[in-house]
Design a protein around this ligand. Structure first.
Ligand code: ARG
Length: 464
């Protein structure tokens, strides 16, 4: 048991208590942030004359030695220490002796852990942004290649009106683009340094908090010491944004699962991104998409857990807050993996244009266009809707598409129909005519693609 405290205790900690209390097995992930934070802290202490330059130099040397050894694997972080902070301090003291004992001057583990977690989350926010950027590049490529891949657009999972695959995928482009803008917001709101808040009430040493904040790349120091040690809003905001990313990935996964099914056959997943069955030789399953959809639950769970952990906490630090880590780390690992895998799966997926187009043709997705044709020929929309509906009913009974009706059959329902009806309700016309801003018509889609290209060029991944 390596602990940083004990002076006022007369007994050893019970082993069960020690284990229950310890966090090193998960907060060891923060070793780099902890060491970098300590380095900035001692530089500030020396600048303020609280440590000598000589002491500062020895501590910095000791800390970089620890960092190197941890990264090379020479110095494993084991359960022998209570937490990552104890690990670093204990190792520092054993390396450099007396000067190491001064590292913690003017600092508490409360502001230390608040700093470590903030630095870690700040980095991960950038990483999520980079992964989202990578996915957007894949989506952009799919869109560029499928400007005229017609497919049914659905409402209620019923065929509604024809769109293109570019347009459909373009909807997801918007979602992931918003996810990126959430990362940016979070980054700039959270990028303030809590170090120097002490346990809760600041310290009596003349710390220069602006200097530490600047050394660590923050926009400035946090403003209230009690808030600094007890604020985990940024974790909650990040988890909420990650939950939203997963919701988007999960919806897209659901669609890919449907599209990849035998009945639809709109896409075929690459062998490298599918799995087989142990019993049914014919199977090729969309496990990656299903897992992404499934893992959404645990990311939502992390958000709920964190909100619930924080809801009853009085100011300032409470040990409950140690619970901010495991769920968050798990959520981050999960979302990173899902973004990588999903991008790979989407990138290698084969599009079956013929199946998509055939499906758009045989589902009466041009019934609205039949009505619109009549409106353009002087029939009021409500009447036109009825006429088109009766034509659909007839086609259903006869097992054909609207395009298959003869001109005489059209005219039995309305004299307004002329020979140009076929051109007016062709798939190509139906899509191309839709030229309102944001619609699937080629002209609009080309403009959207051009804007996407500019956006991608101007906002490289991970730049906040
Ligand atoms: N392991 C603790 C955490 O993650 C570090 C802070 C401990 N502070 C304290 N006063 N016990 O929250």
């Amino acid at each position: 048991m390596a602990q940083l405290w004990g002076g006022r205790f007369t007994k050893q900690t019970d082993q069960m208590v020690y284990d229950f209390n310890a966090s090193v097995l998960f907060d060891r992930r923060l070793y780099r942030q902890d060491i970098e934070g300590s380095m900035a802290h001692v530089k500030m202490l020396a600048k303020q004359g609280i440590l000598t330059q000589e002491e500062c130099g020895r501590i910095l040397e000791g800390l970089s030695g620890i960092l190197e050894d941890v990264e090379s694997g020479a110095l494993p972080i084991t359960s022998e220490y209570e937490d990552i902070h104890s690990f670093v301090e204990a190792n520092l003291i054993s390396r450099i002796g007396e000067a190491g004992k001064k590292l913690h001057t003017g600092r508490s583990r409360n502001d230390q852990v608040a700093l470590d977690m903030r630095m870690y989350v700040r980095e991960q926010v950038k990483e999520t942004d980079s992964l989202l950027f990578g996915l957007l590049q894949v989506l952009q490529r799919i869109m560029e290649e499928n400007l005229d891949t017609f497919m049914p657009g659905f409402t209620h999972l019923q065929k509604a009106q024809p769109v293109t695959l570019a347009h459909h995928v373009g909807a997801y482009f918007e979602m992931f683009r918003r996810d990126r803008s959430r990362m940016r917001d979070i980054y700039h709101r959270m990028n303030y340094c809590p170090l120097g808040a002490g346990a809760l009430a600041g310290t009596t040493y003349p710390l220069d908090r602006d200097y530490t904040a600047q050394l660590l790349g923050f926009e400035g120091p946090t403003r209230n010491s009690m808030d600094s040690v007890s604020d985990r809003d940024y974790v909650i905001e990040y988890l909420s944004a990650l939950a939203t990313v997963m919701m988007h990935l999960s919806r897209f996964s659901e669609e890919i699962i449907i599209w990849n099914s035998n009945e639809y056959g709109f896409v075929e997943l690459d062998d490298a991104f599918s799995t087989g069955s142990s019993i049914m030789p014919q199977k090729k399953n969309p496990d990656i998409a299903e897992l992404v959809r499934g893992k959404t639950g645990r990311v939502y769970g992390a958000l709920m857990a964190m909100l619930t952990t924080m809801k009853g906490l009085p100011l300032a630090y409470n040990k409950d807050m140690q619970e901010d880590k495991e769920g968050t780390f798990d959520a981050i690992d999960t979302v990173n993996a899902c973004l990588r895998l999903f991008a790979g799966m989407a990138d290698t997926m084969k599009v079956n244009r013929a199946a998509m187009e055939a499906s758009a043709r045989n589902g009466f997705t041009n019934a609205t266009d039949v009505a619109d044709y009549l409106v353009n020929h002087g029939v009021p929309f409500r009447d036109a809707h009825g006429i088109s509906g009766r034509l659909v009913l007839r086609c259903l009974a006869e097992g054909k598409a609207l395009d298959d009706l003869s001109l005489e059959e059209f005219q039995e329902e309305s004299a307004a129909f002329g020979p140009d009806i076929y051109e007016a309700i062709s798939m190509k016309t139906c899509v191309e005519k839709r030229l309102t801003l944001g619609a699937p018509g080629q002209k609009m889609m080309r403009r959207a693609l051009e804007e996407n290209r500019e956006y991608l060029a101007q906002t490289p991944g991970g730049r906040m």
